[in-house]
Each structure stands twice: as structure tokens, then as C-alpha cells.
Design a protein around this ligand. Structure first.
Ligand code: BGC
Length: 811
């Protein structure tokens, strides 16, 4: 195993426990458990958390004189608890005992968390502790923890306690504390057999049943023991206690295997019976580890992504891919879930699903298209809810929520707390109607990468068409301009939710929203034309789409208004009339001004007053559309946008952005990649560091930033290597940084397995011998090669133009 697969956390830094717990989370796409120590309970330092994808619960609380309901991904009973004491000494507590050595090691290759520790207890006895933990990738309802204790200089009776703890709360995010209410109720704690206990519960409002069964076995120097056990049972906790006597150098090994089910699972009768049965028949730790490793070897093959460069870069890239696989894996495909913004690693944003899949799907689709399809199906299944929301808003079509959870209704919080000022203010970020554009864009991209006609025909087209219908309905004709305008929205930059002093929220003509809507209107028509006449008739009848709608979309694609100021797209109408912020003054005064919105609000000021953005907004256009696509859309709209305006636009917004979202660094690295490599490199590093160094100051402990993590991979693949599936071809436009040596990756494009190597401005594509008989087109710098199973092509660009193209075919 190479070092890039190992993340070591040495010593015990109490201030850093939260970040380590999040980064050491183990998961399998079905559930994940934070890397909390097994003896830890929730306190001011530790936060054990176990989350099953898609297990949400709503609770209502009164805050600031208002009733607010929030839906949260529920923190389920902690399955880790395993603690011990020597003779009559105190229970194991690293804060009380004296620490000789402590190291936690996350082994990415095998998805194994190891802990090595030596300590001296209050009676001066020295003991070694070794722990290994997995959350099984191949058997997604199983997890296991192995603990080995070696008394070094003493003979003691060691009492162990191993159990399941339902006394958990959703209290991982301090600023939600006031609105959080207990989610688990209806506990049932039982001993199932001399070595197994069971804890069941259900979520208060959504009534999801959950059951965990834990089997604990003990060995002394490899010999299985059957110590007498006492059951400790409280309403919401159950554990076994037993004692083992061991002398210096002896190995006492306690193995805990846990099965977890919820009533959302497929192919089960009920969670308690399933967990009991699975736990009873589960293999021992070593055998589970073997099958777990085999499952991970498969995942790593699928996500083969080999970059050179510094050890730090390689380790971070690997960590990012690792957490993506842990959040979304083949186990996710059957679950009916979306992309949780903070992974299954913590409680920030309550496990909600935003537009973040925009940064995740490009990486996923070209490797695990079934997983992307499942994530799109999460949206498709919530079309009826999106239609209901649109209808209630007096519109037609489908209005997807900015934050989505269980059933697809809007889950954005109504009020948010500024932790700096402790003020509660209304939250209008749910006016981000561009969420629908993201969903449609993802659907179209998925089709471009997979050519999955069946999906487009049965589901994708409907998603795109009904989303377009809603968004097109937002546009109002403004005769004075002879243009269509879109009013009362919020763009990706969430600092601007209203005009200064305005009574109603929302801003008008967000450039990103309007340009992307123009793109969508055209794409929707293309999709409609691609359907068979029969399906087109069927769908247009079902949706009530008329030729007048299609004509309207065509008009919008030519006549949507986009505000410009001095040749640069204005973020929204009136943005450039807002006050300029004294950036230097604020930086000097506050140092870190990423959350400028909170700073200004705490000062009694308002971010709406300034030309100051939280994250890339206009620049998102360059992230989502290729230069040619963007030029086409703008040309059609009648807004010529000469190439020299691109760097000017980037520079304009770069100076006015506080990077309050981790997504901002990804997008800025992207847009700068070809114009200012030095700055791009800085932003790339910033994106790589977001969670690794917790650059947002405490937010990683509340969960990883999955979109920023995956965004760094997308950046390497789609931006630096220029590998992009669009317009029916696989495009390559390598501009690979020298610092990163050579890139080797494996992709699946339209059923063809590809091995791609990129260095500098050269790319080599080798097509595996797949069962797909069709040819596909691979394009680079205006040249095109037709490839099939066994073909290879080498493209070389000099100054952006093709220097050579060599194609070979193996018969
Ligand atoms: C960003 C959004 C993002 C959300 C979840 C927010 O801070 O502004 O763009 O979707 O986090 O990651």
C-alpha cells in the first residue's frame, strides 16, 4: 500500500476531534458512521453519528415566536459503544488516563479505520489498545469493530461493556440546537442471545423503524471465551457486560459485529428480525474484512484515477474519491435518495439535497452510470410533488425545491440563525429557481455520457420538459425592452436575496438563471425532437404541452433579457449599481471574511447593499457550458460576447467574491485554468484543502463538503484534462498541469470502457474490447476520430490546435 492511501492522525488534539471524526467516517452508500471513538459519547468534544441515506424525520419547534418545521437526516442509535475498565478502576477515558501514544489511521485502500494507543490508567498500569473498524461495502447492512487489549505490565480483570446506544440526538450542529427536537422514539431494547443484543426504535414523525443487532465475542490469545454476561438495559440503551482476566502480554480480543436495517429497506420483512438474523449468521471480523476488501477493490477499479504530483495532492485526491464512494455506491442505487450536500458524515444542512449533484454527476456518470441514473430517479419520483408545488404557486410544470429531503417538498429553513449575532432572520435562499436548470442539465449530461435512450424516453424527457415548462412560465414579456424578464429569484450567490430596502424578496434577471434558461429552452426542444413520434405525442398529451409552448420556448431562447454592464454580464439587474465593499478594510479588520453575510448582518448592515458575492454566480456559466455552447446561446439571444470579455468577466467577479461556499474555489479554478494558471492552481489547492484543513473553520466537523470534494475530481477530469461528453461525442481538450505529471484514468463512455492517459497537451484514448458494437466519435481541437472496441487514438495539441492525430484499430 502506498502512502497516498493512508491518512494518519497522531496524538489527541481535542480541538480537532470533530474534523477527524468527519474525515474518518466509514460508509458504504447505504449508511455511514463517523469516526468517533467507540468509548465516546456526545459531549463538548466527541460526536458519534450514524446515518442511513434517506432516513429523514420532521420536527416542529417554536423559535423567535414562530413555529418552524425542519426535516433532518436522523442520527440513529450509536452502534460503536465498547468500553472497559481494569479491576475496579475508572472506565476508559483518554482525558483521564495518561496517554503514551495515540494514532488513528484511515486506510483508504481497504476502507479500514485503525487505532493504536498506549495508555497508563489512574493506577499506573500500562496497556496497549488496537482497534479496527469497517462498514462493509459488499454487505451494506453490516459493520464490525475489533478491539484488542494487551496489558503490558499488569495482570487485571478487565470488564468490558459492549452495546447499542439510542440516547443520541441530532445535535451535531450548534446553530440548529434551538430548533432540534428528539427524532427517535418507541425504543425496544432486548437481549437476543447470550452474545447478542438488539435495539429498535422509530423516527417520531416519519415512523421509519430502525433496528440494530450487535454480537460481541471475546478471545484470549486467540481462544474463544464464554464469560458470564450481565445485561445492562435501559429504555434506549442495551449492553452486555463481561469480565476477562489477562496477564502481561496477553491479547484480549473483543469483536463486535453489528447489523442495521430500517423499514425503508428493500426485500425485508421488518428491521428487527432482519438484523437479528443477519447478525447471527455474519462471519467473524477477519472474514468480513476479506469480503469488504474485495468489494472495495472493485470500487477502486471503477474509480481508477491516478494523478502524479505532490504526495499531498495525491492523498487529497484519493480521499475525495474515497468519500464520494462512501456516500454514493452501488448500494445507493436501490435507495431512492439524492446527493446529500454534506455526505453521510454529519448534520449540516440536515442531510438535504441541493443543486450539488451538478458537481458530482459528471464524475459519477462516466464511471458508475447506474448510480447517476438512480440519483436522477430520486428527482423523477418527486416530479408529482414538484408539480404540486408549481400548481400551488399558480404555475404549471414542475418546480423543484432548493432543498429536498424525503418527499421532495421544499425543505429550506424558513429562518436562519446568524451564529455571530445570534439573530434569527428570514431565509429567502429557497428562491433559487435555478435548481430546476441543474436537474435538467444533469439529465441531459447523463444522456450525453451514456446514450441511455430508454431513460431519456421513459423519464429524462419528462423531467426536462416539465422543468422547462415551469421555468419558462416565470418569464414575463416586457414590451418596453421587447425582451422576457425573470423576476423575484435568487442566483447561486446567496448573499443577494432582495434589493436593498425592498419589501419583497428576490432579485430580477439573474444572468446565470436567464442564460441557462435560454439554454434549457433549446435543449428541451431538441429532446422533444429526439423522441419517437409516438412518445412525443404521448408525452405532450400527458403534460398538456402545446405547440404554443414550444414556440414560446423558442422565443425565450432568442429573447430572454440578460443584463450587461460595460460588456460584462451583470450578476443581476442592478447589481453594478450597488455599493462597492471596502474589501481591504474588511479583510484587515476581520481576517477571514468568507462569511461576509454574517459579518455584515452582525454589524447591522446587509449584504444586499453591496457588489459582494458569496460564490461564483455569472462564472457558473463558464463552468457548465463550453465556450462554444455559451457563445451559441448568447449569439442566439443577440448578445455577442467576444472572447476577450471572458477574462474581463472573470476578473470582475473574482474581485467581488468572498468564497463563502467551498464550491467557489472549484469554479474559480475552473474558469481561470486556461487564462491564469497560477491563480487557477491556487484555487485548486484551496478546493483540495476545504475539508482536509477545514478551511471554513469548524464546518468539516459538521460533515464533508461532497460537491467540493467531487468538484476537484471533476476539475481535473473535465477542465484540466478536458474530457467532456457533449454533442454526441467524447471531447478532449487537454491542458494538463505539468505539476501533476501524468493522468491515467478509466471511464465508461456510452458502454465503452476507456483507458485514458493525459500529459500536457496530449491525450491517448484506448477503447477496451467491449460488447458494444457501435462506433463512437472522439474529438479534439476540431479533429474527430471514430473509435470502436480495440481502437486507440492519440491526440496532440500545440497552441490549442491539433499537431497530430494517430488512430489505430485492433481487429
Ligand atoms: C452553497 C450552495 C450549496 C449548499 C450545499 C451553500 O453554502 O451556497 O450553493 O448548494 O451550500 O452545499
Amino acid at each position: 500500500m502506498t502512502d497516498e492511501h493512508l491518512w494518519r492522525f497522531s496524538g489527541l488534539d481535542l480541538d480537532d476531534v470533530g474534523r477527524r471524526e468527519a474525515l474518518c467516517t466509514l460508509g458504504n452508500g447505504y449508511f455511514a458512521t463517523r469516526g468517533a471513538a467507540p468509548e465516546a459519547v456526545r459531549d463538548d468534544v466527541h460526536y458519534p453519528g450514524t446515518y442511513v441515506a434517506g432516513c429523514y424525520d420532521r420536527r416542529t419547534a417554536e423559535v423567535a415566536g414562530q413555529e418552524v418545521t425542519n426535516e433532518s437526516m436522523v442520527n440513529l442509535p450509536n452502534w460503536l459503544p465498547l468500553t472497559f475498565r481494569f479491576d475496579d478502576g475508572a472506565w476508559f477515558d483518554l482525558r483521564r488516563f495518561s496517554l503514551v501514544e495515540h494514532e488513528v489511521e484511515l486506510d483508504l485502500e481497504h476502507a479500514l479505520l485503525r487505532r493504536r494507543c498506549r495508555f497508563r490508567d489512574d493506577a499506573g498500569r500500562t496497556t496497549s489498545l488496537l482497534q479496527r473498524r469497517i462498514v462493509h461495502m459488499g454487505l451494506p447492512h453490516l459493520a464490525a469493530l475489533e478491539t484488542t487489549l494487551i496489558p503490558e505490565d499488569h495482570a487485571s480483570t478487565i470488564t468490558f461493556r459492549s452495546g447499542l446506544d439510542g440516547r443520541v440526538r441530532n445535535s451535531g450542529v450548534a446553530r440548529y440546537e434551538e430548533v432540534e427536537r428528539p427524532h427517535l422514539t418507541g425504543f425496544d431494547a432486548r437481549e437476543l442471545s447470550p452474545d447478542t443484543v438488539l435495539l429498535s426504535a422509530r423516527s417520531a414523525q416519519s415512523r421509519i423503524s430502525v433496528a440494530e443487532a450487535a454480537r460481541t465475542r471475546v478471545r484470549l490469545d486467540g481462544r474463544e471465551l464464554s464469560p458470564l454476561r450481565t445485561v445492562i438495559a435501559e429504555e434506549d440503551l442495551i449492553a452486555h457486560e463481561f469480565a476477562v482476566t489477562a496477564g502481561p502480554g496477553q491479547h484480549v480480543q473483543v469483536e463486535k459485529v453489528v447489523a442495521l436495517h430500517t423499514s425503508r429497506d428493500a426485500a425485508i420483512s421488518e428491521p428487527a428480525a432482519e438484523s437479528a438474523e443477519l447478525c447471527a449468521e455474519a462471519a467473524d471480523f477477519d472474514a468480513l474484512l476479506r469480503s469488504h476488501r474485495a468489494a472495495w477493490a472493485r470500487s477502486w477499479r471503477t474509480f481508477h484515477f491516478d494523478v502524479r504530483g505532490s504526495a499531498e495532492i495525491r492523498r487529497s485526491v484519493r480521499l475525495h474519491v474515497f468519500h464520494l464512494i462512501q456516500t454514493i455506491s452501488p448500494n445507493t442505487a436501490d435507495l431512492d435518495v439524492g446527493v446529500p450536500a454534506r455526505g453521510l458524515h454529519g448534520e449540516a444542512y440536515r442531510g438535504h439535497v441541493f443543486w450539488d449533484e451538478l458537481f458530482v454527476l459528471p464524475v459519477l456518470t462516466l464511471r458508475a452510470p447506474d448510480e447517476s441514473r438512480a440519483l436522477l430517479m430520486y428527482r423523477y419520483r418527486r416530479l408529482h410533488q414538484a408539480r404540486r408545488t408549481a400548481r400551488l404557486a399558480g404555475s404549471t410544470g414542475a418546480m423543484f425545491p432548493w432543498q429536498s429531503g424525503s418527499n421532495g417538498r421544499e425543505e429550506s429553513q424558513a429562518l436562519h440563525l446568524n451564529p455571530r449575532s445570534r439573530h434569527w432572520s428570514p431565509d429567502h435562499t429557497s428562491l433559487q429557481r435555478h435548481i430546476g436548470i441543474a436537474i435538467a442539465h444533469n439529465t441531459w449530461r447523463y444522456y450525453q455520457s451514456t446514450a441511455d435512450e430508454a431513460f431519456l424516453n421513459d423519464f429524462g424527457a419528462e423531467l426536462i420538459l416539465d422543468t422547462t415548462r415551469f421555468l419558462a412560465g416565470l418569464a414575463r414579456y416586457d414590451p418596453a425592452r421587447d425582451r422576457y424578464v425573470v423576476e423575484g429569484v435568487v442566483g447561486p450567490d446567496e448573499y443577494h436575496t432582495a434589493y436593498p430596502g425592498a419589501a419583497t424578496p428576490g432579485i430580477n434577471n439573474n444572468a446565470y438563471t436567464n442564460v441557462m434558461l435560454a439554454w434549457l429552452c433549446r435543449t428541451a426542444s431538441t429532446v422533444l425532437d429526439m423522441l419517437s413520434a409516438h412518445r412525443r405525442r404521448e408525452l405532450t398529451t400527458e403534460l398538456g404541452l402545446h405547440s404554443t409552448d414550444i414556440d414560446h420556448w423558442d422565443r425565450l431562447s432568442r429573447k430572454l433579457f440578460v443584463p450587461f454592464r460595460n460588456g460584462i454580464p451583470d450578476q443581476f439587474e442592478g447589481y453594478s449599481e450597488l455599493a462597492e465593499l471596502d474589501w481591504r478594510g474588511y479583510r484587515d479588520h476581520y481576517g477571514d471574511i468568507r462569511r461576509l453575510d454574517r459579518i455584515l448582518e452582525a454589524e447591522g448592515d446587509d449584504p444586499n447593499r453591496y457588489q459582494a458575492s458569496k460564490q461564483a454566480d455569472v462564472l457558473m456559466l463558464f463552468y457548465l457550458l463550453s465556450a462554444e455552447e455559451l457563445r451559441d446561446v448568447l449569439d442566439r439571444l443577440g448578445y455577442p460576447f467576444p472572447p476577450h470579455r471572458i477574462p474581463e468577466t472573470i476578473e470582475h467577479y473574482l474581485r467581488r467574491t468572498s468564497h463563502g461556499s467551498t464550491l467557489s474555489a472549484v469554479v474559480h479554478a475552473w474558469v481561470l485554468a486556461r487564462a491564469n494558471r497560477h491563480q487557477a492552481w491556487e484555487h485548486f489547492h484551496r478546493a483540495l484543502d476545504s475539508d482536509v484543513h477545514d478551511t471554513q473553520g469548524g464546518s468539516t466537523s459538521e460533515g464533508i463538503h461532497l460537491a467540493a470534494m467531487t468538484g476537484t475530481i471533476d476539475l481535473l477530469q473535465r477542465c484540466f484534462a478536458g474530457i467532456d461528453a457533449r454533442d454526441g461525442a467524447l471531447h478532449l481538450n487537454p491542458c494538463w498541469p505539468q505539476e501533476l505529471g501524468e493522468l491515467k484514468l478509466e471511464l465508461l463512455y456510452r458502454g465503452h470502457p476507456l483507458s485514458i492517459t493525459v500529459t500536457g497537451r496530449t491525450a491517448v484514448v484506448r477503447v477496451g474490447l467491449s460488447s458494444v458494437r457501435t462506433e463512437f466519435s472522439c474529438a479534439c481541437g476540431g479533429r474527430e476520430a471514430l473509435l470502436r472496441g480495440g481502437s486507440a487514438v492519440r491526440f496532440s495539441l500545440e497552441h490549442g490546435v491539433p499537431a497530430r492525430t494517430d488512430v489505430s484499430h485492433t481487429p
